[in-house]
Ligand binder design. Structure first.
Ligand SMILES: [Zn+2]
Length: 189
């Protein structure tokens, strides 16, 4: 009898995204980081809210728009309070929200990510089929990390080992969704 092992991981982003863009003050491409502060502008009953990023060299600011001309009544009271008091966890949550960067056409620096793989669960089922390991990796922040690299990191293999397993057909994987990678490998490692 052989077994089928299923392991599920999640990629956890530890820090906010960094933005790479031309800084008008520095006159070149620089890195902008999350200041974990918000800017809130109220105009009659409309609100504009931004998350403030800053050039790491000269502190030139880059405002990422969260709300534009939004009715105050449409923003949950608790959230509004968090914006006003620059709640750090809230600012980090926005700093990890890929849609916010896409909406603001701010280029995320995917080379400068600080993440880790957290094992969510592992199950073993016995079966009469060939031994297999199925690895699922959830990528809720849709970090651009090559699938081979993700597999290599969770299985603690080198990228070359993964490439050779792929070539031999001992491992197969596919990106099922931008945020879900599934790999299947014959347990011959
Ligand atoms: Zn600058």
């Amino acid at each position: 009898m052989s077994y089928l092992k299923k392991i599920e991981y999640e990629i956890v982003l530890k820090d906010s995204f960094w933005v790479i863009r031309n800084c008008p003050k520095c006159g070149r491409k620089t890195y902008f980081k999350n200041t974990k502060k918000f800017r809130v502008n109220a105009n009659s009953n409309k609100l504009d809210i931004w998350l403030i990023y800053q050039c790491e060299n000269c502190k030139h600011t880059l405002n990422l728009s969260i709300y534009e001309r939004q009715k105050i009544s449409c923003i949950p009271k608790e959230a509004y309070q968090y914006f006003l008091e620059n709640n750090e966890l809230f600012a980090e949550m926005y700093g990890k929200n890929i849609q916010l960067f896409q909406k603001n056409k701010a280029d995320i620096d995917f080379e400068k990510l600080n993440y880790s793989f957290v094992k969510l669960h592992e199950t073993i089922e016995y079966s009469d089929f060939q031994e297999q390991i199925i690895v699922t990796i959830n990528n809720p922040h849709q970090l651009k990390i090559r699938p081979e690299k993700q597999i290599a990191e969770v299985l603690e293999l080198s990228r070359n080992q993964v490439k050779s397993l792929l070539a031999k057909g001992e491992i197969e994987f596919k990106l099922q969704l931008p945020q879900l990678l599934r790999a299947c490998l014959k347990h011959t490692l």
